[in-house]
Design a binder for this molecule. Structure first.
Ligand SMILES: O=P(O)(O)OC[C@@]1(O)O[C@H](CO)[C@@H](O)[C@@H]1O
Length: 396
């Protein structure tokens, strides 16, 4: 890790900052969106009112002593309880907000609302939009093209799928979802492929981000790796509970697999192959508890470290995973990517559209060109993307 003292941790207290807008605007709007999507009872309405008040004007309350993960959150940040949401690390505040939202709607029960994903209506609707149908048709066309052309097209499909982030759309003004694909601000596609030459046993660990229109191309990419012999095993890591609005859970993987198998054509073949790959153990789903932790991956527990160490490459999807991978700090943008990922126990690649202030691994010319072309900002608009690779401790 480079010296972090030059790179302040991102809090949400700076007026006009992106982080502040997420806490002050996105979170209250999300509470109301969830409230309107279900016929919740008075108890849940009261709990949502309390959360709305606390996260805008109040202080952070601990979980009830009876919560299954009460002790875990004490360990992950007891020092933040009793403080304003705006004064604690942005990463921690966001993560805890999602945990508290689930608490408010009774997700952890006991009771009739136990296990009801408050974001499911939005995720489900997105899977059946005309945009999703168009993207599946585009994937179908890629799957019918010569194999050598498929690889890069599918990596880029998975990368740009990261624009499909329902939380992001709650507050963005630019329609990043429809933005034309801009050139990548860093493009290590070839370095990624060099880690998966094919012909030798390889395990790919894909740490998923959003469900729906991001997870569909992720699944098609995993099928490509397995079917064309770039990997003989894949692990798809999802969140253990609903998170950051549209982050994928196991239930979302199943919805996406069904969506693929019902799409017809070459895409349906992908769905059937993945279904049977799961039966044979070539594709497994992982939902390690640390994937919902409010902490950077540098703090990962030994069990997850061992899992990543055994992978030929870990692919981190999306903005939040990027923040957790390199640290949620205001690094100078020219800080080398590998300087921030040196702790990672194996090769790791980031596929991310830019939706927060964190960025590393750019050269000075790129930063200057971006600043000139986008004086209004380019880090948080979701219109730019990157692929960065750390080849791991053995090749670094
Ligand atoms: O991880 P994802 O889905 O790509 O993005 C998550 C995100 O929408 O949430 C955060 C703000 O809420 C930002 O880091 C980012 O814009």
């Amino acid at each position: 890790m480079p010296d972090a003292s030059d790179a302040p941790q991102i809090l949400s207290d700076a007026p006009g900052s992106f982080a502040r807008s997420v806490l002050a605007e996105r979170h209250p709007a999300l509470i109301e969106k969830v409230r309107d999507a279900f016929p919740y009872g008075p108890e849940q309405h009261r709990a949502l009112d309390t959360l709305h008040h606390e996260c805008t004007e109040g202080v952070i309350a601990p979980l009830p002593a009876t919560a299954y993960d009460h002790d875990r959150w004490q360990e992950w940040g007891r020092e933040h309880f009793g403080r304003s949401w705006f004064d604690v690390p942005f990463l921690w505040a966001e993560s805890y907000f999602y945990r508290q939202l689930l608490e408010a709607v009774g997700y952890f029960g006991p009771g009739p609302w136990q296990g009801i994903d408050p974001f499911r209506p939005f995720k489900h609707a997105e899977l059946h939009t005309p945009e999703a149908a168009e993207e599946l048709a585009a994937l179908d066309a890629v799957l019918r093209s010569p194999t050598e052309r498929q690889a890069n097209a599918l990596v880029h499909g998975s990368l740009w799928g990261n624009r499909a982030d329902l939380g992001f759309r709650l507050s963005t003004t630019s329609d990043a979802a429809d933005a034309a694909d801009a050139p990548l601000v860093a493009d290590a596609t070839e370095a990624l492929w060099s880690l998966l030459p094919g012909g030798s046993p390889a395990t790919v660990y894909l740490v998923a981000d959003n469900a729906g229109r991001e997870l569909l191309p992720d699944l098609v990419l995993l099928d490509h790796l397995l079917y064309h012999g770039r990997a003989d095993r894949a692990v798809l890591a999802v969140k253990p509970y609903p998170y950051y609005v549209s982050d994928a859970t196991t239930a979302d993987v199943l919805d996406c697999l069904r969506r693929l198998t019902r799409a017809g054509g070459a895409v349906a073949d992908v769905g059937s192959r993945l279904w049977s790959a799961m039966g044979k153990g070539h594709l497994t789903i992982g939902a390690h508890d640390f994937f919902r932790a409010p902490l950077p991956y540098a703090a990962m527990p030994g069990s997850l470290r061992r899992a990543f160490a055994s992978a030929t490459v870990t692919v981190m999807k999306g903005d939040l995973n990027y923040r957790r991978l390199v640290g949620d700090r205001l690094w100078p943008p020219t800080t080398p990517f590998t300087a921030c990922t040196g702790y990672f126990p194996g090769p790791v690649a980031a596929l991310r559209t830019l939706k927060s202030d964190v960025i590393v691994g750019l050269d000075e010319r790129t930063v200057a060109a971006l600043d000139t072309a986008h004086p209004e900002g380019w880090r948080t608009t979701g219109t730019h993307a990157l692929i960065q690779v750390d080849p791991g401790p053995r090749r670094r």
